[in-house]
Design a binder for this molecule. Structure first.
Ligand code: ATP
Ligand code: MG
Length: 411
């Protein structure tokens, strides 16, 4: 039997470096696709982290590891990683060689990386059996070493304040006690492209984020009230796109100056049908962009019954103009839930700013809530829609945004 000494505390400099260790459950479940998903996540992270103090991103048994060169910025790097779709958790680890004395020193550092703890436990794992000490032995050894290092703290197996993880893989050990929750989902670029209708309101940024976090690439389209209004909604939408940058899922922002068309509609159709006409025209244009971009669906921030246009009857007559599926990730969500997510994403404070946009332009006093399809079709057919769509597509303005997966993606 091998006798293992617990070793002495060494104050000499010990070779170790900081690493963000990335955990990703759902990708791990994807069978033969796993490699493709992992590669997508890795490339997305490389792009997001370029300009940050990291050297390489590599695979180690069941994780991705990001080597961080400036330890003082590891929290910032880990925060960006946690916001990347596909990441379930990020641990702020140290990587060191598989030498017990070195590992003890690092485990101690990891324990004291937390303030004000009164209990802890060790969770050791050996992924490579060429390391002579198994997980149970490691738990005991590190547990008693840390008991000496922190005599005031108790070992507690259930709900301890701190868990010190020790993972031994081929050639090195990873040790950590702090972990951030990631956004989960799937890596951007693993689920095709969508066209997302993005207003400056609270809901559509959340809907866009939700679909992006399931692996889709979003081409966003914003309808501005210009030239009937100023361009303040466009500025807010640009801010929203920038705020969602960490997800790296918005490839482009299309802006349509829509005010004149709304004005034309408001002059020609019964007032109660205006909103439905605006929305049908928005969908018709978004659908054309989707075909151009080889996107497979439209996305909106609608939630059932929230406003007049969001009734089943109105949703049905609006969807008619588009031959692609229209996804509404928030259809069953309450406003409070949506606001909570918008706050987490940082888009809420942008969306609550006042802006002049097309949503409030030429609004009727009593919009239709249960549109009669025949009336809608008659009003629609009275408008020169094909001509308008062609003109709008010619005038549309487009800006490239940050989505490294876009150029590798197909619909
Ligand atoms: P939001 O908070 O997203 O603006 P809302 O509750 O205000 O939604 P509506 O204004 O009826 O509801 O819009 C429903 C959906 O239609 C929006 O979530 C968005 O997807 C789309 N939409 C509305 N206005 C615009 C716009 N100006 N540009 C792009 N899309 C829009
Ligand atoms: Mg709105």
């Amino acid at each position: 039997m091998t006798i293992i000494s617990r070793g002495k505390w060494r104050s000499s400099t010990v070779s170790m470096h900081r690493v963000c260790l990335i955990h990703y459950h759902e990708i791990g479940l994807k069978g033969r696709n796993r490699l493709r998903f992992e590669r997508r996540l890795l490339e997305n992270l490389e792009a997001t982290l370029s300009g940050y103090p990291v050297t390489r991103i590599h695979r180690i048994s069941g994780h991705l590891a990001v080597d961080v060169t400036d330890a003082s910025r590891i929290d910032e790097v880990a925060g960006l990683i946690a916001a990347t779709p596909g990441v379930v958790r990020v641990s702020l680890a140290w990587c060191c060689k598989r030498d017990l004395d070195v590992m003890y020193e690092v485990a101690r550092k990891a324990l004291f990386d937390n303030d004000g703890f009164t209990s802890f436990k060790v969770a050791a794992k050996r992924s490579n059996t060429d390391f002579e000490i198994d997980s149970m032995q490691m738990n005991r050894l590190f547990g008693s070493f840390l008991c000496e290092a922190a005599p005031d703290a108790k070992v507690k197996m259930k709900d301890p304040d701190v868990t010190v993880h020790v993972e031994v893989v081929q050639g090195s050990a990873y040790i950590y006690s702090r972990t951030l929750k990631g956004v989960g989902g799937l890596p951007v670029g693993s689920a095709g492209r969508v066209v997302s209708l993005l207003s400056a309101g609270i809901d559509s940024p959340v809907a866009t984020w939700r679909i992006v976090h399931r692996g889709a690439i979003a081409l966003c389209i914003h309808f501005s009230g210009r030239p009937q209004t100023g361009d303040s909604s466009e500025e807010l939408v640009e801010e929203i796109v920038e705020q969602l940058r960490p997800a790296a899922g918005i490839a482009k922002l299309y802006v349509v100056p829509f005010g004149d068309y709304q004005r034309e509609i408001s002059l020609s159709v019964p007032p109660k049908l205006r909103v439905i006409m605006y929305r049908r025209l928005m969908f018709a244009i978004a659908c054309q962009i989707a075909h151009r971009e080889k996107a497979g669906a439209l996305v909106t921030g609608e939630s059932l019954g929230q406003v007049a246009s969001q009734t089943l009857a109105n949703i049905r007559v609006t969807d008619e103009v588009c031959d692609l599926p229209v996804f509404r990730p928030l259809i069953g969500a309450d406003k409070q839930e949506i606001m909570d997510r918008a706050k987490l994403l940082g888009t809420y404070d942008i969306s609550i700013q006042n802006s002049e946009d097309c949503c409030t332009l030429f609004m009727p006093r009593n919009p239709e809530t249960h549109a009669d399809p025949d009336e809608v079709h008659a009003a629609w057919d009275s408008l020169p829609i094909d001509e308008w769509v062609e003109q709008i597509l010619e005038d549309i303005e487009v800006t490239d945004c940050f989505c490294p997966a876009y150029h590798h993606s197909r619909s």
